[in-house]
Design a protein around this ligand. Structure first.
Ligand SMILES: [Zn+2]
Length: 276
């Protein structure tokens, strides 16, 4: 018995010695300046890849507007916990402190599960007509947010207006059409929405109950004419609606019910069909 034990221990010692040698030689290669450092070449996780759609699925795009704000982190944490993808359309001026900048960076880095997109610098300062009557100024406002937030893709949502600018399509109301044409000419996509989870403008709490929202999504999917793209539903909501735990719970219920349908797939908005 003693001999067998000693023999087994020797084998283990030999194996660990071999492994330590391998690690040592790996470190030596990694530290050798003369050899190419393959590991140091950053992988561009934002490189565009072809996306294959499954026509039997419903694609759900959860979008949260106006962050970083009170509620952004709660939405992010919840989606992460439930394993669903989501898109945050963010406002440049809302990312002015180290804390809010860190929230933006956290979302940017969480790709491909989360996507950071452009929702302008000033949110039109609440004066939508003035903003869109000055399309060059409006476009500059978006370009500044693209830079200050370091947005990975040219994907915009207009403040206060649901318009669409894709590779071969522009669908915009008269108010925003000049701005959309300008943004299109500089390579931007603009994403509107199919259904909205509205909020009470006094309390900023959600208006519809989670099951009601699921019914709205299901009925939109059942009537393709109500969707901008068949089988693809873009849901607009605002991070701040879910800042209180009871409403974070409403969002959790909404997502959980949608997840129960095996046809539903949650995607980030860069996978919406027809983008440039
Ligand atoms: Zn907004």
């Amino acid at each position: 018995m003693g001999t067998i034990k000693l023999y087994a221990t020797s084998i283990l010692l030999f194996a660990s010695w071999v492994m330590s040698c391998q690690n040592a030689s790996f470190s030596a290669v990694a530290n050798d300046d003369k050899k190419p450092k393959k590991a140091s070449v950053p992988i561009d996780k934002f490189a565009r890849k072809a996306f294959v759609y499954d026509s039997t699925k419903n694609y759900i795009y959860l979008t949260f507007d106006d962050g970083p704000q009170n509620g952004t982190q709660a939405c992010f944490d919840l989606c992460k916990q439930l394993g669903v993808k989501a898109t945050f359309f963010m406002v440049g001026e809302h990312a002015s402190s180290p804390k809010t900048k860190a929230i933006v960076a956290g979302i940017r880095e969480a790709y491909p599960n989360f996507l950071l997109c452009n929702h302008s610098t000033t949110h039109a300062s609440g004066h939508y007509k003035y903003f869109y009557h000055h399309p060059e100024m409006a476009a500059e406002d978006f370009y500044a947010a693209q830079k200050s937030l370091n947005v990975p893709y040219k994907i915009i949502r207009l403040p206060g207006n649901s318009a669409w600018v894709l590779k071969d399509t522009i669908k915009a109301s008269h108010l925003v059409d000049s701005t959309c044409i300008l943004l299109n000419s500089t390579g931007y996509n603009v994403i509107g929405w199919d259904v909205e989870w509205s909020f009470n403008h006094k309390t900023e709490n959600p208006v519809q109950k989670p099951q009601r929202m699921v019914d709205i999504v299901d009925s939109a999917l059942a009537k393709p004419r109500r969707l901008f793209a068949k089988n693809h539903v873009v849901i607009l909501s605002h991070d701040r609606m879910f800042r209180n735990p009871s409403y974070t719970d409403s969002l959790a219920k909404f997502i959980t019910i949608l997840k129960q349908n095996p046809k539903n797939v949650f995607e980030t908005i860069d996978h919406y069909p027809g983008l440039k």
